[in-house]
Write a protein that binds this ligand. Structure first.
Ligand SMILES: [Zn+2]
Ligand SMILES: [Zn+2]
Length: 125
């Protein structure tokens, strides 16, 4: 077997490559969804055409980000506020239907990247 002396470097390169591919995939499903659907929030109906499209996000109806069917049936375009709400509602449902009381940390247990994003945008106003 050949052993590559730059093993660590190679591994770092592969990890970076993996991250790049993942980022690209996320970008591409967003782009595909934006091509497929009108640039309008599926919940509040606000129009996000033009520059504001940055505030429009792709929600996965079944919450599985790896489920990206080519017909777009798992995607829904939501503005960051409604997207945030949508996930909070899911968390709420989990909590209410979930195990037991006394688990006040449950809400924090699931990482919600959109909460921070929404705060960021609000703060900019
Ligand atoms: Zn909305
Ligand atoms: Zn979502």
């Amino acid at each position: 077997m050949k052993y590559s002396a730059g093993g660590d470097k190679e591994r770092e390169r592969l990890i970076a490559e993996g991250r790049r591919v993942q980022a690209e995939m996320q970008k591409s499903y967003r782009e595909r969804a934006l091509k497929m659907y009108p640039w309008v929030c599926g919940k509040c109906g606000r129009d996000f055409s033009g520059k504001r499209v940055q505030e429009l996000t792709v929600h996965h109806r079944d919450l599985n980000h790896d489920n990206n069917p080519p017909d777009g049936s798992n995607w829904e375009l939501l503005c960051i506020y409604c997207h945030d709400n949508e996930h909070q509602r899911d968390q709420e449902a989990d909590r209410l239907g979930g195990v037991a009381a006394g688990q006040g940390q449950v809400l924090d247990a699931k990482h919600n990247p959109f909460a921070a994003l929404a705060d960021l945008v609000k703060g900019k106003k």
